[in-house]
Every structure is written in C-alpha cells, then in structure tokens.
Ligand binder design. Structure first.
Ligand SMILES: *Cc1c(COP(=O)(O)O)cnc(C)c1O
Length: 343
C-alpha cells in the first residue's frame, strides 16, 4: 500500500513505541499483552487523532483553508489535538463542543481537554446533547465564508477516508515493528468511537494480508451500528487507496458490551482499568475511550476468551488529558486506596 501519493504533514512522533505489559500480563495470568503507545504521538499530550490530522491538515492546506472547524463531545481529545495543530500552522480553529452527557461540574466543563482547547486559542462554541453537529458545523462554515475566510470542516473524530489513512499507516508501522523483533501478533484490540481508527487498522492489516484480527471495543453505539459504521468507512478508505482491497464484512468486529450507561458515562470497569494500568504499569488511560477499551480486554481475558499463548496488542489511543475532566469518577477508588498511605 502506497501512502506516499497522499499529501501529508509530518508532526507526529513516529514510530510510537510497542512495549510489553509484563505486570498486567502477570496479573491476568496471560495472554501476553503488548501496548502500542499512540498516546505518545507527541502533539499536545498525544493521541490517535494526531495520525489522522497529518493527512487532514495537509488536505486543508492544499485547499488554501485558513480556518478549521471541527466538533466533538465536551471532553473531546480530537478537538484538543486539532486546536493544537491549527495553532502551530497559524490557522484559526473553531471547536464545537456537544455536551453529550449533560455533565455540569466544573472539572468536566472547564478542565482537561476544554482547558487545553482554550490554551491553544481555539474559539469554543457549546451545544446541548442531541444537537445535529454536522449541521452546526455547516452553519459556522457559512458564517466564516461570509466574513471572507476559507473554512475547512473536519468531521467528528477526524473520521473520513483521508483521516483513516493515518491508521492504515499505523497498521503498517505495527507490522514492521513486530517483524523486526520477531513478535507474532495474534490480535489487535482498541477502543472504537467515530470509526476511523478501526477502519484504518482493518484496511491496513487486510491490505497487507496479515490475517491479524482487530477487535474494536465500542464506547457509544450498539454493536451492529458500530460495525456497519466501521465497515462502511473501511470500504471507502480502501477505495481512496485504490488498491482493490476487499474488506469483508466479517473482518470488522466490535464488542459493545462495555459502554455502560452511555458515551462518556463512567463505568466501574473503566475505573478499575484506569487504576490498574496506573498502578501496575505507570501508564495513564482515559475515562471515555481507552479505560473502557481496556476494561473490555481485561474482562474478556478473565472470561477466557483468548488463548493463553496469544500475543495481543492493545493500541493505546490516548486521552489522558480527559482524566482531569473526570476527577470525580475516581473519588471512590482513591478513597479505598491504601497504597498511597505508606507503611
Ligand atoms: C477518538 C478516540 C478514540 C476512538 O477513535 P475513533 O477513530 O474515533 O474510533 C479512542 N481513544 C481515544 C483516546 C480517542 O480520543
């Protein structure tokens, strides 16, 4: 697969590390779990949107845009990374935030990613949950055009075929890394939301005939909806690549049993996963995506769904800045803690 013909800016720190998680593996009693550190992509505390933005921002510059418009939930990691790269490129950035959970506490509405959006100089516009955010972005685009600007609209999560190229690239990077160290990768697991990450990974891994299955752990939609969304985007991404790769429907697999009460609503499993990774590996997950993704992986391991001798790669898609927007969700876990208290 040749990504070389697509315009791309280079600002991500790549390749991201591929590390073993020996303590988590021991805690769970196998399989061997590895972590692909896409939380370390280097842009504004990192995350998976950075790889997508290398292609999206190149496209925006190619269209002479001077103003970026994008949208996400209040604690959107995508909006934070977009605001950061827009600032670096000297572009204006309009961030449209939808309060999907209706959360009102100050950490949620002002800290974490929202604080960083502000720091990067983005113009923030707030919308209630349930707003048609694509229509809202079109309204803002019209406004900017009327003021003489040239807007470029990036869909939520940067998830269109151009953005998904970033994860086709990640798939190839992972195969090279695994090959170099003689690691047999049996499965890739990650949190799936707006679908671009899984669509890109599946397209890349299928395109390379790797045979490696990808499991997306859902954070919002029910399984059927999520798989259809990923499959549709994977097919469009393969079309953009123009390589004739067929993405079979059954190669797109999501498990949406770990969403809990809804998108962005904490679950006990998320709190456990975030706490475990912090204390066993010194790694920060996040409350909305990777915490639930890892909760899914941990639960499925405990239920014996994977062979003991498998090598599983968890793609850490970032999000730790969101922890500061969800401090309250961890209050109980901290209160029952004895480790910090000393002897
Ligand atoms: C956006 C995001 C995801 C989900 O990726 P999609 O491409 O939207 O499916 C996972 N983890 C984190 C931390 C994210 O910010």
């Amino acid at each position: 697969m040749n990504l070389g013909r697509f315009p791309r800016l280079r600002f991500a720190h790549l390749p991201t590390p591929l590390d073993p998680l020996p303590n988590l593996t021991k805690e769970l009693g196998g399989p061997d779990i590895y972590i692909k550190r896409d939380d370390q992509t280097g842009l504004a505390t990192g995350g998976n949107k950075t790889r997508k933005l290398e292609f999206l921002m190149a496209d925006a510059l190619g269209k002479d845009a001077d103003t970026i418009i994008t949208q996400g939930a209040t604690q959107s990691n995508h909006c934070r990374q977009t605001a950061a790269i827009a600032a670096k490129l000297g572009m204006a950035c309009n961030v449209l935030l939808e309060n999907r959970t209706g959360g009102e506490d100050l950490d949620f509405t002002q800290s974490g990613n929202v604080f960083l959006d502000r720091l990067f100089g983005a113009r923030i516009r707030h919308y209630p949950g349930g707003t048609d955010m694509d229509a809202a972005m079109e309204d803002v685009a019209r406004e900017i055009e009327e003021d003489g600007g040239t807007p470029y609209v990036i869909p939520g999560g940067g998830s269109n075929p151009i953005g998904a190229l970033g994860y086709v690239d990640c798939a190839m990077e992972l195969l090279v890394q695994a090959g170099e160290r003689g690691l047999r990768v049996d499965r890739v697991v990650h949190a799936t939301g707006s679908a671009g990450t899984q669509a890109g990974l599946v397209t890349g891994l299928e395109g390379a005939s790797s045979g490696i299955p990808v499991l997306g752990v859902g954070v919002n939609a029910p399984r059927e909806t999520q798989e259809e969304r990923v499959h549709g985007l994977a097919r469009r991404t393969a079309d953009l690549l123009g390589t004739g790769i067929e993405i079979a429907r059954e190669r797109v697999v999501a498990n949406c049993d770990y969403v809990g009460a809804g998108y962005g609503v904490p679950t006990d499993g998320m709190v456990e996963a975030v706490t475990l990774l912090s204390r066993l590996e010194g790694i920060l997950l996040d409350p909305v995506y990777t915490g639930k993704g890892m909760a899914g992986l941990i639960d499925l391991v405990r239920r014996g769904r994977f062979a003991r001798d498998e090598n599983i790669v968890f793609v850490h898609t970032g999000g730790s800045a969101g922890l500061f927007g969800y401090r309250g969700a961890f209050a109980d876990a901290m209160a029952s803690d004895s480790r910090g208290a000393g002897p």
